[in-house]
Design a protein around this ligand. Structure first.
Ligand SMILES: Cc1ncc(COP(=O)(O)O)c(C=O)c1O
Ligand SMILES: N[C@@H](CCCC[NH3+])C(=O)O
Length: 430
């Protein structure tokens, strides 16, 4: 099982907190996070890449609750943001703003001015038009900002779903690597937006290390060419995308990625270059679960449906990317205590179920044909590895409130975002 989410005597615990007891107190559905898991992953990453002493910019989009951002900022993390709203969160979390990188293809004038005013580290520049706009805003403000050109190294990240590939040619993100020299020729001497860095982000999740190897190698070759052209690139942001265990043991450890990446960047670092990484999923995904209550069981033809009080409106990944999330009751008999996800689904006495939500969409499911131990109306189930791209992608579709968010620390738990009410849902409507 995943660290800090373990079964003891048939009861799922988050750290030392039994989940069923916790959810009796908070109600369901609930996103439940483990502080130790979150910080454990952050420290594991820092350790694995320590030789490069990178600026770690946690990717806020993956799980944006302020309490979690604050824990990471306190541990020394910078932030990767893609909007004014995320920059606002980074500020509220107490982030060192010089360690903020700002990506996104559609930054507005107001967002840009705010980021310049805030003194962020780098704008990750996604197009020629955007460069010109940021440079002219900085000039008007009498300020200087730093930019990193986002390049598409055109490597296949081998992500499991085409919707999460980003670093190939003809992607809306960044510019093709072949255009980079021209980009520097045109803009590399600007005084208000100093183009001194490169950025890449090849996709997410990337379960193999070789695409990083190819992408970083291409970036370093480009840096050499740019140097000969008379430009200095003193920072390289290699993005995020590291995998996580949706299925036990599915993903390489940070140390495996580092084994490939660190040697490539050793000389760049030794010559004074700054390395930046932007992990999101790999820090947050296995720090959180979504706990829901079984509302009804239903037979449809030969199919058995387990109908929950959560669904695609709270966790859209299965619907959007055909993503796998291990789902298991929070209380089980001795025959059904899971150790590994795939092995668990081979246990005797399971029945294939479609695990679905209350939303009026056929696509509203969390799993199809999934072997599950017997469950009854009123039981709680946990959807694992839901810490990243869970709550932050949740919606009010069908006017349903979003779940409460709870943080566990040892045997204590604390509500870090209260459950929404119906009044919250209509609060902004006149
Ligand atoms: C530019 C950028 N950086 C970082 C990330 C974080 O990726 P992940 O959560 O897979 O680490 C993303 C999302 O894919 C991204 O678009
Ligand atoms: N939201 C995604 C992947 C895209 C990450 C952001 N570029 C997921 O749930 O897996």
């Amino acid at each position: 099982m995943i660290d800090f989410f373990t079964y003891r005597d048939g009861r799922l615990h988050v750290e030392d907190c039994p989940v069923d007891g916790l959810v009796e107190a908070t109600g369901s559905p609930a996103y439940v996070y483990s502080k130790a898991a979150l910080l454990g992953r952050f420290n594991e990453l820092r350790e694995a890449f320590s030789e490069l002493d990178p600026i770690i910019c946690y990717s806020i989009k993956s799980c944006s609750n302020l309490n979690l951002c604050r824990l990471l900022a306190e541990a020394g993390s910078g932030m990767d943001v893609v909007s004014g709203g995320e920059l606002h969160r980074a500020k509220l979390a107490g982030t060192d703003l010089t360690k903020v990188v700002y990506a996104g293809v559609g930054k507005t004038d107001d967002e840009i001015a705010d980021a310049i005013e805030s003194g962020i580290g780098w704008f990750n520049i996604e197009s020629e038009a955007e460069f010109e706009n940021i440079a002219s805003i900085a000039k008007r403000m009498g300020r200087t900002a730093r930019g990193a050109l986002r390049i598409n190294p055109d490597v296949d990240p081998e992500t499991p779903h085409e919707k999460t590939t980003t670093g190939k040619k003809e992607s809306k993100f960044g510019v093709d690597i072949d255009r980079a020299r021209r980009f520097f020729e045109r803009y590399g001497r600007d005084e208000h937006l100093r183009l001194t860095a490169l950025h890449l982000h090849i996709g997410s999740p990337v379960y193999v290390t070789s695409p990083y190897e190819r992408a970083v190698t291409k970036a370093l070759e480009l840096i050499e060419v740019l140097k000969k052209d008379g430009f200095t690139v003193d920072a390289l942001d290699i993005g995020g995308g590291y995998g996580t265990d949706y299925v036990s043991g599915q993903s390489p450890a940070y140390a495996d990625y580092a084994r490939v990446i660190v040697p490539l960047l050793r000389d760049f670092r030794a010559s004074g270059g700054t390395v930046i990484v932007e992990p999101g999923r790999s820090i947050a995904a296995n720090a959180g679960i979504l706990v829901a209550r079984v509302q009804y069981l239903k037979q449809g033809g030969r199919k058995k449906f387990v109908i929950l009080d959560t669904g695609m409106h709270h966790l859209i990944r299965p619907t959007l990317y055909d993503a796998f999330h291990f789902i298991w009751p929070t209380r089980v008999g001795p025959d059904h205590e899971p150790k590994e996800h795939l092995e668990a689904m081979d246990m005797p006495g399971l029945e294939p179920c479609d695990v679905v939500g209350p939303i009026c969409e056929t696509g509203d499911y969390l799993a199809l044909g999934r072997p599950m131990p017997p469950v009854a109306r009123g039981d709680l189930v946990a959807v694992f590895s839901a810490g990243a791209y869970g709550m932050c992608m949740a919606s009010h579709y069908n006017s349903l409130p979003r779940p409460v968010e709870v943080l566990v620390d040892g045997s204590e738990h604390r509500v870090i975002r209260r459950r929404e009410t119906y009044d919250d849902i209509v609060a902004l409507e006149s």
